[in-house]
Design a protein around this ligand. Structure first.
Ligand SMILES: Cc1ncc(COP(=O)(O)O)c(C=O)c1O
Length: 393
């Protein structure tokens, strides 16, 4: 389909839709700067900058409590946490994963010399479809790496049943799933390990950062060695570890962020509800099901454009950008379409029809604490206006 005519964009501007303030897919919540200064003063005073310092230890304890998990190891970012999680469990051979994710999910496998095997996703959750996992298992398969995409939980019970039947490990890429919980407890307690990202785009951020959630102290100890070059003490190195440690400045920011996280998620929840309400009448726009069986973090607001919407996803994407609104096409292209993956037989499009379609339909709308009602009205107005236009080809 051709891009939307610029004439119609001009009409929208004439109708008084403000375009001056850029609206990004997300904007980090930053606590008041003056509240961060005492943390910095402490760092300057103690001169402890890294290597399991006091803020690092405090943040690990605070996160265990907030998230409702037993053990957590902080990292410099989520990607190194993923790479290390695979090392910690000594994963080799083939790992079954989703193509509908950020590229770091599969990259962490390649960094470990592991072959990713892509399986298709479920139409309603956009997470790895448990019904497609068994057919992807070979004698080389050692683990499954699902992603709680957009923070929406995978079918953890079905995945665990398959893992138990075939003696596979499960490492969740839970980069989006900070704070997500069932009535029975944190979603991060499922599988063998869960990996979080605290990147600037995430609900909870430490500028850059990440973590591995693990169930026992022995595994945490191995992870702690691996993230510190393999050092056990000054003269003992037990593994080819990496430098994945979180610094004291990042840990301090995390401690301060944690004080505001409930408020931030509550505001995101309001935005999610407003979008759902205001987009309800727009033909051809599908929102993913409301979070009913779990406590969500409202990290993203994805919509899917089906054939009833008068223009293509890319045309709407461009139209929003023309109005200084910057959604993202998470996740397009599929990981399996990138050059280092597309030669794999599991990357063929006919193996991944649901993911292929979703990648063509999806658009993540802006969601952050920085958005007010007028911003949301502005976004919805562009989408609704375009939705009511006659078909353009
Ligand atoms: C699903 C997913 N996995 C992994 C990562 C990598 O995390 P980081 O940017 O902290 O390295 C991200 C995001 O950045 C992500 O969205």
């Amino acid at each position: 389909m051709a891009a939307v005519q610029s004439g119609s964009t001009a009409t929208l501007r004439d109708e008084g839709i403000e375009t001056d303030r850029p609206l990004y897919v997300t904007q980090p919540y930053l606590p008041p700067l003056e509240e961060f200064i005492p943390y910095l003063e402490k760092i300057w005073e103690t001169k402890k900058l890294t290597n399991n310092g006091p803020f690092h230890r405090q943040l690990e304890n605070a996160l265990c409590e907030f998230l409702g998990v037993e053990h957590i190891a902080l990292f410099t970012n989520g990607t190194l946490a993923l790479v290390t999680a695979l090392q910690a469990l000594r994963i080799t051979g083939e790992v079954i994963t989703t193509p509908f994710s950020f590229v770091a999910t599969a990259h962490s496998l390649l960094w470990n010399g592991i072959k990713p095997v892509f399986a298709d996703i479920d139409r309603d959750t956009l997470n790895l479809d448990p019904g497609r996992i068994e057919a992807a298992i070979t004698p080389q398969t050692t683990a499954i790496m699902p992603v709680h995409c957009y923070g929406r939980p995978c079918d953890v019970d079905a995945i665990q049943r398959i893992a138990d039947n075939y003696n596979l490990r499960v490492i969740y890429d839970a980069a989006h799933a900070f704070g997500v919980r069932y009535p029975s407890g944190s979603v991060l307690r499922h599988g063998d390990l869960s990996v979080l990202s605290f990147h600037a785009t995430k609900v909870f951020t430490t500028f850059e950062g990440g973590a591995i959630v693990c169930p026992d102290a022995k595994t945490k100890q191995r992870i702690d060695h691996l993230k510190n070059f393999g050092f056990v003490d000054e003269v003992t190195v037990v593994a080819t570890g990496i430098n994945g440690k979180m610094s004291e400045v990042n840990a301090a920011l995390g401690l301060l962020q944690l004080k505001y996280i409930d408020e931030a998620i509550a505001r995101r929840k309001e935005i999610d509800a407003t979008y759902r309400e205001q987009l309800r009448g727009v033909r051809g726009i599908r929102c993913l099901p409301d979070a009913d069986k779990y406590l969500a973090n409202y990290a993203y607001f994805p919509i899917l454009l089906d054939g009833d919407y008068p223009v293509s996803r890319d045309a709407l994407y461009q139209d929003l950008k023309d109005h200084n609104i910057h959604p993202r096409r998470y996740f397009y292209p599929l990981i399996s379409d990138f050059p280092m993956y597309r030669g794999l037989s599991s990357a063929l499009r006919n193996n991944l029809p649901v993911a292929t379609r979703a990648a063509e339909q999806v658009l993540c709308l802006p969601i952050s604490t920085a958005l007010g009602q007028t911003d949301l009205d502005r976004i919805v107005r562009v989408i609704a206006k375009r939705g009511s236009l006659p078909q353009q080809r």
